[in-house]
Design a protein around this ligand. Structure first.
Ligand code: HEM
Length: 301
């Protein structure tokens, strides 16, 4: 990996800008009480993982415990709208394992757990996967309007803020659970009007309602535009399924703008997505940049 000044994409954890893999695992860790400080465990996690790309991020409680400050990192704001709530479920540390082989993720989980053992306890494991060509489990393509190339790096990666921060990313992560019976009870026209795109050919509806998801989250509508790099993937366990929504940003502002539009905070128009799906979790993380091939924890003191 080359480090070129002015190209902050080259300083980011590679999994941030890469396409979504076939399989993923989302791990959340909490600090073990009465154990040594987290610094050594984090330094071990920061070491290179050749051939095993993972993305990790720290929550604000962990950053505070280290006596550090990451400008722009804050707690996920809980909110609500008509008939639904958007919870805030902060976590200390988030690790996104990525692979083309599901079996590798089992071994990776054990390896990361051992790397962090002593200071962190594994709190949550969510299994994600790519559905067909990158669809949400409702059958709609997810990620169509993502910025590409240099625009993706500009949206997702911090630049011009100085060493330690440049090349890093802020991640917003929410686990949504879908009610498929409810979704399937809608006609295909209503389903298209919920999303704001036609499932059959992915074309955006010209006459979509104001509450359609893509109307709520139009990235070019605000000034300045609110671009996000979404890297969401379907998830499932034995009984439930939905979407792990992950958005990377150079700040958390664009995500918060879209989320408040979705809840109808200003205009009382709630996103039609809430007719069939609900977020169960919501957390923010700061994903450190890379330096000399390993994660750079310099900002953390
Ligand atoms: C269960 C949850 C969600 C599902 C199933 C979902 C699905 C979709 C789909 C199918 C699209 C249209 C294709 C595309 O451009 O990707 C889309 C667009 C988009 N979504 Fe979501 N989404 C979810 C949650 C969210 C959340 C929580 C946010 C941000 C707070 C968000 C932000 C966006 C944005 C910015 C776009 C692009 C809109 C545009 O510029 O046209 N989505 N989403």
């Amino acid at each position: 990996m080359t480090l070129e000044s002015g190209d902050s994409g080259s300083l980011s954890q590679p999994g941030v800008l890469a396409d979504i893999p076939s399989h993923a695992r989302y791990l959340t860790f909490r600090r073990r009480a009465s154990t040594p400080g987290p610094r050594d465990a984090l330094e071990r996690l920061a070491d290179p993982h050749p051939g095993r790309p993972l993305v990790f991020g720290l929550g604000s409680s962990l950053v505070r415990e280290l006596g550090a400050e990451v400008p722009g990192l804050r707690d996920f704001p809980a909110s609500s709208g008509p008939g639904f709530s958007v919870p805030s479920t902060p976590a200390g540390l988030w690790v996104w394992l990525r692979s083309e082989e599901r079996g590798e993720l089992i071994h990776e989980t054990r390896r990361v757990e051992k790397t962090l053992a002593g200071s962190f306890a594994l709190d949550g494991v969510v299994d994600g996967f790519r559905y067909r060509t990158g669809l949400d489990l409702t059958g709609y393509e997810d990620g169509t309007e993502n910025p590409k190339g240099a625009a993706a790096a500009e949206a997702a990666i911090v630049s011009g803020q100085g060493p330690g921060l440049d090349g890093s990313s802020f991640a917003a992560v929410q686990q949504w659970v879908h009610d498929f019976d409810r979704f399937e009870s809608f006609s295909s026209r209503t389903q298209d009007h919920i999303i704001g795109r036609r499932k059959s050919d992915n074309v955006e509806l010209k006459d979509g309602p104001d509450a359609a998801h893509v109307q709520r989250t139009e990235q070019e509508a605000p000034d300045p535009p609110a671009f996000l790099l979404r890297r969401s993937m379907p998830w499932a366990d034995a009984r439930r399924a939905g979407l792990v929504f992950v958005a990377f940003g150079a700040s958390l502002d664009a995500f918060e703008y879209h989320l408040s539009r979705m809840t109808g905070a200003a205009d009382r128009i709630a996103d039609h997505l809430f007719r069939f799906t609900r977020p169960m979790t919501g957390a923010y993380f700061w994903c450190p940049p890379l330096r000399d091939g390993r994660a750079d924890l310099g900002l953390l003191g």
